[in-house]
Every structure is written in C-alpha cells, then in structure tokens.
Design a protein around this ligand. Sequence first.
Ligand code: PLP
Length: 472
Amino acid sequence: MPLHDRHSGQPRRPARHLVEDAVFADDDLRRRAPRDHFPTREMRAAEAHQLVSDELILDGNSRQNLATFCQTWEEPQVHLLMEQCIDKNLIDKDEYPQTAELERRCVHMLADLWNVPDEANMIGTSAIGSSEACMLAGMAAKWRWRARREAEGRPTDRPNMVCGPVQVVWHKFAKYWDVEIREIPMTHGTWCMTPEAMLEQVDENTIFVMPTFGVTYTGAYEPVKELSDALDDLQERTGLDVDLHVDGASGAFLAPFCAPELVWDFRLPRVKSISASGHKFGLAPLGVGWVVWRDASELPDDLVFHVSYLGGDMPVFQINFSRPAGQIVAQYYEFIRLGHEGYRRVHDASYEAGAHLASQLPGLGPFELLCTSDPTTGIPTVTWRIADGEDPGYTLYDLADRLRTRGWQVPAYPLTGGASDISVQRVLVRQDVSRDMIDLLLGDLHQAIAHFDKHPVTVSMTEEEAGGFSHL
Ligand SMILES: Cc1ncc(COP(=O)(O)O)c(C=O)c1O
C-alpha cells in the first residue's frame, strides 16, 4: 500500500518520517541527545519520553537501593493521589483549603502519636523533608535561647548545639545559622552520644542538645531519656536549663508502633520539638517531613509569616514557598489507611526481615554487627564491619562493588570521628524489602564471598571506586 504524505502540496518527505510508532527509527533518536546546549527545536513527546526514560535505566533499580531510608514503593492508590495532586501548590491555602485541612490533621495526628501533653496548645508544620524540618526546629531553638539571654542582659554571640554523630543537615544548620556545632565524636565501641560526654559540652550558650533517634551511620537510637535525665540533674545542681530537640527522621515513625515502651518523645518535658521524615518510615512518597513543637510558645512569633486562607490569615513557618501538595495528601492517606495497627504490622515485618539478615551474616564472614534490626535499640537496619583484627582477603568496598553486579546497592562507608578508621556496610530494611529479597541478597553475598575465595582480590577497591556514600 502506498504511503501518502499528508502535507499535501509540500515537497514529499521520506515515508519513515510519518511512521509514528517506530520511535527508535525517528530522527530525534538517531542523533546524540541534547546535553549542554539548550536545544533549538522541539521533539515529539513520545520520542522525548523514550529518550529520557532510557537515560533513567542507568540509575539502577531503586528497590535494590538498600542505602536509602526513603520510600521506594507505594500502593497504587498513592500513585493515583499523586497524579490527582500534580497541579496543586501546597502554599495556595486559599485555593486548596481541603489540602490545608489534611495537612492540619496530619500535624494533629503526629502530636498525638508523639504524646504532646496539651494538644490544644501544640503547633507544627509539614516540610519538604527532615532537613527543612530540622532547620525550622533549630531556628526556633536559637531564637528562644537568644530571647532568654537578651532578657537576662547576657551576650548572644556564641550559640552552640550539642549532639552525637549527626546527619549532614546539622552541619548545614550550624553553618547557615551561625551556631557552633559540638559534635561528640564517635569512638571505638561508643557509636552514640552518652550522657557523660554530653554534660562535658553543655554550657549557658547551648541552644539545645540534639539526640538522633536513629543515627544515620549505624541506625541505633541515641538514649533520649538518659540524656534528658542527665539534663534534669544538671539543672538541679546548677540551675542551667537546656532544651532537647529530637531528630526522629526515621525513629519517630517506628518506635511509637514497634517499641511503645521507649520513652523518647513529648512525655519528656525537656523535649521541646521533634522532627521526622514522612517519606522515610512515615511511608509517604518522597518530599515530606514534619516538625512539631510541644507548645506554641516554643516557636517564637517573629519566625512566623502569614498567607491568606479563605479570606482569612494562615500562619506559616517554612523555608520554601511553592511546594507540591501530593505528598501531604498521600501522608494523610497512609495515616488513615494503616492506623496504628497497620503501621506496626508493616514495620514489624521490616524488623523481622532485618533480624533474619543479622542472624545470617556472621555465618558468611568475620562480620561484627553494629545494628541488628532490633526495635528497642534502633531502626530496621543491619550494619556490620569486618571484626577487629580479621582480614578475610577482601574489604567491604570490594563486597559492595561485587554486589553491584547483581544490582544491589549496599554501599560501604567509613564511620566518623575517632572511629573513622572503621568501615561499615549497612542495609536499610524498608517496607518493600521483603524476607524473600533478604534471602536473595544473602544468596548473592554468599556468591560474592565465594568469588573472592576463587579469585583473590589483589588490589582492593577504594571508597570512591566502590561508589561512595553521600547520605551521611
Ligand atoms: C537522622 C537524620 N536526620 C535528617 C536527615 C535528612 O532527612 P531528609 O532526607 O528527609 O531531608 C536524615 C536523612 O537520612 C537522617 O538520617
């Protein structure tokens, strides 16, 4: 059958230009993709989509990314809600009042989950992730401390914060807001901030002590209650009253369900604020964090701005302005879809799968476990090192590199402070890392180690060569 050029009257073009289904035969896909210069002309949507999605193949498979704390799987209903909200800007409270209402409900539910003493007086907000939430909590603490000092006629030029090994957000906070960070260094065998080490750092310029509830390096919980008790004792002895902010990026969505007996939240009067990532164990898709203050008085008024809302006024505290609304809507969906029972079942399954990995690892090599996926001591994470004094003939960087051949991303990285000579490997067990996937990973770990026995490593991989790790 002859092919006709529908551009009648124009010079006839080769027929292949008109065969719209043959995406890969299209001229646009037969050329080098635009890279550094803004393209001159348009491309058809199908070809542009094909090109971009093919580039994404090289990203690897996020389900096998065992380094990330963030969600890599969502229920189909979450995809639907995200699609429904693609056109909504969270800041437009007046235009999308019901989305604002869902955000309000989430904050209240979290305040309840984290045991605020007086729900009528708490205050909180969503953020784009824990990093923004941490910044907001840190600013509020600095402003409170400064106001107190000014009222006492004391200098306000040397604020500090005291913490254990922290995620990079706290280094950013300290730099951007001019606060000295007193990060108690990790040492061999002491992976967290202890009350004794904390007390050595705290003084009248401390805006807060900041325990991490799920240390990024290892997954272990810092002892919030013990730290709080030590600060109570300090206050009794010296009169110095120091606030706590809990960075519960992961743990604040785990302990309330899987270790309710742990006291780390607003049940401790010293805990003035808690931040968490909705997109980690809050199970929402990427792009949501939360921060709640136990009492509105903990959030100084002059940090709050006002946007219009149904002809009225809505106070907001945030660094961004425009933001996607879908994640908030999806977060509300998760809360009502799962409830307390559902979250516990989902997270218990992760802890169990992680505990299975932890139980098998010592049988595979001379590994010492730093975190064993135990709900009472940390998040569903397994972290291991090569035991002191052992040399199996490969490093964890070699192992990470070998696992990559099967698609697994289980990076190795050094610890920090006085323990930076120790390298560890870490697996984050999220809801979509099932027991079966852990068994597949164990099989591949076994194969990788058998490979090294057969083909001994002569020159080990460096951290950079093995892929590095930039989540810390
Ligand atoms: C303890 C801790 N705080 C803060 C963050 C930053 O969180 P987000 O990625 O949600 O900004 C992380 C990320 O891993 C973390 O582990």
